[in-house]
Design a protein around this ligand. Sequence first.
Ligand SMILES: *Cc1c(COP(=O)(O)O)cnc(C)c1O
Length: 493
Amino acid sequence: MSDTPGTSAGTGAEDYEHPISHEDFRQLGYKMIDAIVDYRSNIEKHPVRSEVAPGYLAEKLPESAPTQPEGLDAILSDVQTHIMPGITHWQHPSFFSWYPANSSYPALLGDMLSSALGVVGFAWIGSPAATELETVTLDWLARFLRLPNAFLSTGTTGGGGVIQGTASEAALVALLAARARPLDGRDPGADGPRLVAYTTDQAHSCVKKACAVAGIQHLRLLPTSAERGWALDPATLEAAMTADEGHGLMPFFLTTLIGTTSSAAVDPVAELAAVARRHGAWVHVDAAYAGVFACLPDQHDLYFQGLEGVDSFSTNPHKGMLVTFDCSALWVQNSFWLRTALSLEPQFQFAGLRHAAEHLDYKDWQVPLGRRFRALKLWFVLRMYGTERLQAYLRHHLDMAKALAQLVEADPAFDIIATPRFGLVCFAPRGASEEESTALLERVNASGRTFMVHTRLGGRHVWRLAVGGVHTQWRHVEEVWALVQKVVGGGEA
Ligand SMILES: *Cc1c(COP(=O)(O)O)cnc(C)c1O
């Protein structure tokens, strides 16, 4: 991107001149930052959920890309006119859908630098800092979450962390590692049709997808119940694994959950891991949403015990911990099996080398080859917040959800449907039919003042209110609760 185009003497090849020079970018960059800050500081003016109809955009835009360069002003103007109506505002403080996907200013700054460096750190030599910062920041994060030492790169078992794009990828690579680990001295890959994976009927669909992608033919979605808080009973797992072995099958992989997507249910991980280990299965913990709450000592004591006995653990800083999507952290106690499954360099399969090589190539810990320098945005967040402010941030969400749950509980027009945990409150209008509950929730959402989604628990249509927005304060939770009460009470939204 030279500012001074010329010609390469003798070749006839003229230097290429980009439409945007270094100095142009400086000015445009400032302008873009202004546009971002204007958006974020006025975000409450937008309806939370987009109300456009499918296919709304194509008719508003030209059929083909422009032949000549266009300016930023023209593009930003189209963003206002055509793109913003089709945005569901995830960073709106009254967005309470699904789980949050926080985007913070420090993460934005780190991501901007990552884009500017434009390195692809699939191998250590592709940018040593990209690999090494990822190792360091995941050690920082593991210590912050008080994960067992075996998950640290400095441990003695060959463990460590890696940033995957999503928890779904984390589950897939954990499953592939599990399949690469010998079972009873045999190579489980050779016993493909006999392998059985286990999880619960509350698991995220990513487990099913991982099995489909990996060609695993048997997946048991073990039943949970309201009585056990939608958590898996170790006796159910024991019976299922024993029965499968009796039929000549091989249990090899268990996905257990801390914070289910539906209701934030928590499995008894230590007991389940003990059962799975007795049967030779790899234990993966999917704590995509809730895992970051392990940084709070009381939450750690309640929900994150027994992780010494699991093989892999994943959580998404891109959900509730301020790191702009995508940043899903995965730790393993021994990366040897990951590398055996995913490295195309055969020495890993045959050498007795069980510990991380002298330098590591993260391409051997993931499905794709290329990878972004995602550790930067995590590093920026950890440094620009500091662990105490991060704890206070997560505590703020816990406190708001707890206070909301008390309001719901005190109102006879509503039932609390699952034990409120982390930032999630699951409730339903008392006595409402499926159709009534659905229609009421749609009226709340159609107001544009909030957005919630429903789940299904024990056959019932249940409203989920997930507190965890980057700008969410108590007044926003109070407002949405007043709106919900009014609509359910028969008033206008
Ligand atoms: C959100 C969620 C996922 C999916 O996360 P992605 O990073 O989008 O793949 C998986 N498991 C659980 C428990 C979740 O809550």
